[in-house]
Design a protein around this ligand. Structure first.
Ligand code: GLN
Length: 284
């Protein structure tokens, strides 16, 4: 493992997680858990596993994200398969799940996850709320397949996955909550040239010159797909909070606010739908 760490440190000097990456890749090459490595630190490694480990370290040395090499990433309490067709689930997005769970009514409710990717947000909510029905949509066929297979692997039967470009294939349906981690990076952001994001699909990352194209679209149309007082919750870039709150207010949402992620950055904004003219909304 020290060989792997040293190789990664010299290949990717800007990455400060070489030791962790080497450990996760070794565990994956051995098809064991990281705990196994701590339990049996001196165990000899077979030649098939050694070659696999060397291949993994070479791939990582070229910049490929660890999750694309192992094909797996933990999110919330779930183990998810990932592929280069989708974004790798981030810890920041767990804040979106927390905020959704805080706002869901106590009884059964319907939720739609827009742009589900691996299914991370939809599946995490589904695992906490077996009484709720979740529809997860994505425009990318491989993502739909992946989210479906992640739902099955985690035995979550209260999630349905559908291929749709945002609301295109859910016309006429209404939900108690819409959640989304849409693309929100500026098209020309220098951030796209660094680290793992270079390997992730642009379709999951970028949204116009200010990064807000998809968020604008979702906010402007969301009301048609929400029940009265239903919630819309969106992940966004850490500088986009004020713009997203303005969009929500202009579209007629109330109780608009922003919540920080685990690193203390403004990350999730949302509001409650208030169909115009409803007495219940004016009184709040
Ligand atoms: N927060 C993500 C990142 O840092 C961007 C994800 C997104 O666009 N939804 O790469």
């Amino acid at each position: 493992m020290s060989w792997g760490t040293a190789t990664l440190t010299s290949a990717l000097p800007e990455n400060d997680a070489s030791a962790l990456d080497a450990r996760v890749l070794l565990a994956s090459a051995l098809q064991r858990s990281v705990t196994y490595l701590y339990t049996w630190p001196d165990k000899a490694i077979g030649s098939t596993e050694l070659h696999r480990y060397q291949r993994y370290i070479a791939q990582r040395g070229q910049g490929t994200p660890v999750a694309y090499i192992t094909g797996q990433r933990d999110f919330w309490s779930l183990s998810l398969q990932v592929s280069p067709a989708t974004l790798i689930p981030r810890p920041d997005t767990e804040t979106l799940v927390e905020q959704a769970l805080l706002r869901l009514p106590t009884g059964p409710a319907t939720i739609c996850d827009l742009g589900t990717g691996t299914g991370a947000v939809a599946l995490a909510i589904a695992s906490e709320r077996p009484d709720c029905q979740i529809l997860a949509i994505d425009v990318v066929a491989e993502a739909v397949e992946l989210a479906n297979s992640n739902a099955q692997a985690n035995n979550l039967t209260n999630v349905t996955v559908l291929q749709s470009s945002w609301f295109a294939n859910i016309q006429g349906q209404q939900f108690d909550m819409l959640v989304s981690n849409p693309p929100y990076v500026e098209n020309l952001s220098p951030y796209l040239k660094q680290g793992d994001v270079r390997f992730e699909p642009a379709s999951a990352l970028t949204a116009g010159s200010d990064g807000l194209d998809d968020i604008r679209y979702i906010v402007q149309h969301a009301g048609n797909y929400l029940t009265a007082q239903g919630w819309l919750l969106l992940e966004h870039g850490y500088t986009q909070g004020p713009a997203v709150r303005t969009l929500l207010q202009e579209a007629g949402f109330i109780q608009v606010s922003t919540v920080n992620d685990l690193s203390g950055q403004p990350r999730i904004s949302g509001g409650q739908w208030c169909a115009k003219g409803q007495v219940v909304c004016r009184s709040q």
